[in-house]
Design a protein. Sequence first.
Length: 386
Amino acid sequence: MTTHSKRFRQIMLAVLAAPLVALAAPDDDPGLPPYPVLRYDDSDLSRGIDAAVALDGGSVLFAGRIFDASGPASWGWTLKADGGGRRIWEKELGKKARNASFAAASAAGSGALLVGTVNEEVGALGHSSAWIVSMAADGRVQWDKSLSFGQLTQAHAVAPTLNGAFLVAGTVRRPARDDQAWVARVDPTGQVALQKTLDTPKDFVFDAFAGMDDGSFLLAGHVFPDSGVEMRGWIARFGADGKPQWSHTLAARESGVAALEVAADGSIALAIGRRDQPLQLMRLNAAGETLQAPVKIGLCKVPALWRQRNGQLRLAGVTCASGKGQAAVGLIADLAHPERLQAIEAIAGAEVTQLVPLPERDAIGVLGKREDGDKTSSVFVSRPLR
């Protein structure tokens, strides 16, 4: 081959290779290092992430609070990042004169709906309200409002409905000093169509919440039957009007409901267990009857249970074999075969604090906390699901 021919061949190979490099999105590279969503230390202001949700376009919204170490004040905080954890924008919400924080978030078109709790006065105890904030894709607040069912009202969860509205759920402290659940249905403009306390057992503790396609919803938690000390999981279905349809106290002892999701056929999947013990997976039909008895799985904490775009349910979590600084994430892609646990790369040297399903990308986001001396970083990376 002549020198000219060799040079021509080298040029053509370089040209042909270039599009392949351009098409390889860095966020889909399994070897991509985690991006620091935020760093904080022992300075006067610190940030905490309490919720994360995937948005349209593959971005992720993180929400939580900023708390002032020099005083009792805290206020809401959100950060939008791309699928790899690179910052797009960051916003502070709520007045510093109010104790405020976010507990959950849901995608709302190209924006998000955030729910949490706000105290009207710094240091005031027993006067909290539920806080609901609608945010646009660029971080603008479209509207916000508070709801109260009593002195200690807190919002814990939010779920979208098929007609574009949202179900917000939380608890309020009863006179007997235990918690009662409540639900509100809020439309995209902030109008409240339903605001109702729910029939929940004595000593009820809120764990999980999910909406069903017909407008009804599921509420799960744990209770202490007969005023005992032994914890049992509890789940109930309520109609779109908030009236109870059925409820069950689960047989598994010392277990709460760690995660809950509804399949496209209306069946219900539950991950039940207690801290740092192997979780159990069970399934119910829409009437609350057992489809699959509880079976132990190789996951112990930080469970994420979600519905894929094709209607299939998936379950991921930190495996029981994980140790400090070497967390391993496992995936059950088919709930009918929970013994088939697939390994997903986590974040080296970090404690996994939350898993964020990214259905649009067929990936999962891993949020972790990494310590370096007196400084701590929350780091995030997406991992493809094979």
